[in-house]
Design a protein around this ligand. Sequence first.
Ligand SMILES: Cc1cc2nc3c(=O)[nH]c(=O)nc-3n(C[C@H](O)[C@H](O)[C@H](O)COP(=O)(O)OP(=O)(O)OC[C@H]3O[C@@H](n4cnc5c(N)ncnc54)[C@H](O)[C@@H]3O)c2cc1C
Length: 385
Amino acid sequence: MIDFGLSEEQRALQEMAHEFAAKEMRPNAARYDKGHEFPADVMQKAFEVGFISCQIPKEYDGGGLSDLDTVIISEELAWGCAGMYTTIMASSLAFTPIILFGSDEQKKKFLTPFTRKMSLAAFCLTEREAGSDAGSLKTKAVKSGSEYLINGSKCFITNGGVASLYVVFANTDPEKGARGISAFVVPRETPGISIGKEEDKLGHRASNTTEVIFEDVKIPAQNLLGKEGVGFLIAMRTLDHTRAPVGAAGVGVARAAMEYAIEYAKTRVQFGKPIALFQNTCFKISQMAMEINAARHLVWHSAWLIDQGKPCGKESAMAKCFGSDVAMKTTVDCLQIFGGYGYMKDYPIEKLMRDAKLLQIYEGTNEIQRLVISREVIGPIKESK
Ligand SMILES: Cc1cc2nc3c(=O)[nH]c(=O)nc-3n(C[C@H](O)[C@H](O)[C@H](O)COP(=O)(O)OP(=O)(O)OC[C@H]3O[C@@H](n4cnc5c(N)ncnc54)[C@H](O)[C@@H]3O)c2cc1C
């Protein structure tokens, strides 16, 4: 039987996340966006209510939330501020490979501290020459006795400058290309780590994005996740889990924009009547309402599949791609409803439009999501001779 209803616990989680977003995130969003400043006070509060460690399993003292629970709260938090949400989500992105592939000992050692005090993690995959083509990354890890020596540089790393722990993808056997990649847990205090350029971004300005440089960084061999050579698979499995939350963030951003546009359209009078009465406005709003609903259903379905242990590569790509495309289109249309006022920083719409853009880029661009979807939908194609 199909059930579209949320359980009582899920409704309570949704309400709690909404209240947090409305009270702690929204009132501070414009200030942190303008100042391009890290929202340490809001993150401390997010830790206290359990959002930072919400996906860490209960046996390691985390919230133990399912993927469906996670997308429900993701929509609300991104509705509050996408930049602050990205800070929380990027930390979960780094926890996920440890949750999925770490040993019991690694989970205890590396995840439990995040449930004790406010701290963040970062997922280090992208490099200057290896973005969409992550399998071609050049960071190296060379084994020497009971240690690995890591050398290389990662770019565009969310939480790069504020994390206490990195999950780093490095090649242990460069001749094998992507099949030589391995994943390592690297504590921030390890000698040889430095923070490079901090990026000045169009949107998500409350989140910290930096280069992270590894120079002769020595880590114990016990910090290898899984075994050598499975790092690329670890990264891809991780992204299967974390793409639906990006789609959910798209739904949250789009919903926020639509709500602002409806409120504005009902009160802005031109030609003697509220602009909400013009058919052009009504049709735009009904289109966005349809697309937001459709995006939410894709997101929830993809998260549900993961929770059921079913394959979800195509569906999580669809959730991420469609959810973020809806965010982009909706925010552009809402800005148009605001007319010239929407273009000004005095109104919240232009920030939502800037924030929507990143959702189409990170965690794999939407072109890459379309490739993932098409490969599965079309299947193998024989090239003609
Ligand atoms: C603010 C921000 C935060 C980020 N946070 C993180 C993080 O925490 N950790 C991390 O590891 N990475 C992070 N990233 C990196 C992000 O995942 C990459 O930017 C993204 O995967 C794209 O890589 P690229 O920027 O090198 O673009 P490129 O790969 O150079 O792509 C450029 C363009 O070419 C297109 N393209 C590339 N290949 C193909 C193809 N085969 N077919 C069709 N089109 C193609 C792309 O879609 C894009 O439009 C972040 C990025 C940003 C901007």
